[in-house]
Design a protein around this ligand. Structure first.
Ligand SMILES: Cc1cc2nc3c(=O)[nH]c(=O)nc-3n(C[C@H](O)[C@H](O)[C@H](O)COP(=O)(O)O)c2cc1C
Length: 174
């Protein structure tokens, strides 16, 4: 039984999360590989799916959305979990006191929550290195409150990621 941890990552933060999940699954005795979704053509060889993308402007990256839509019939016939990497900073709540991870759910969680009936959908804090951002992303950070919403740093919560991977491993071996 092989699990695909398929990811879309613009600057590497989500790739790191996907690699970590795959490693934790392997350490728990599961066969798991992390692959960029853009490099996966055939999904028939996988028996379970963990699919994740970073979120930009409230949305998963296009290649992740297209991947899921293209392989929806196969994916939904197997155990599936979705994750998104996005919110930045150390606060758990936004300026209005709302749960930041809940507010950072990409719109795809609603669509694929319905179509795939995933066993879990999880938002993880992400990472941002301003020095590697493309021109447009740099400009977005310059809009009013852009720097506040998109602070620089690595906010990935490894214990939370490990715990989620352990939960998946437990379900897969049940
Ligand atoms: C221009 C820009 C827009 C962003 N928009 C969002 C967003 O709407 N929601 C969110 O949760 N994170 C947002 N982020 C944060 C990224 O999703 C986060 O840095 C993520 O971990 C990057 O992962 P990647 O390197 O794998 O692409 C944004 C970051 C940038 C630079």
């Amino acid at each position: 039984m092989t699990t695909l941890v398929g990811f879309s990552s613009k600057y590497g933060a989500t790739e790191g999360i996907a690699e970590r999940i795959a490693r934790k699954l392997r350490e728990a005795g599961q066969d798991a590989v992390a692959r960029p979704v853009a490099s996966v053509d055939q999904v028939d060889e996988y028996d379970a799916f963990v699919i994740g993308s970073s979120a930009y402007m409230g949305s998963w990256r296009k290649e992740a959305t297209h991947f899921v839509r293209r392989h929806e019939d196969v994916i939904r016939a197997h155990p599936v979990w979705l994750f998104s990497s996005g919110p930045l900073g150390t606060a758990g709540k936004d300026a209005l006191g709302r749960d930041l991870r809940k507010e950072s759910e990409p719109k795809q969680f609603e669509e694929f929550g319905q179509s795939l009936q995933p066993r879990g959908m999880q938002v993880f804090f992400g990472a941002l290195d301003a020095s590697v951002l493309g021109r447009r992303d740099k400009l977005v950070r310059r809009i009013p409150s852009g720097l506040e919403l998109l602070p620089e740093g690595d906010f990935r919560d490894w214990p939370a990621i490990d715990e989620w991977a352990a939960e998946i491993a437990r379900e897969l071996s049940a």
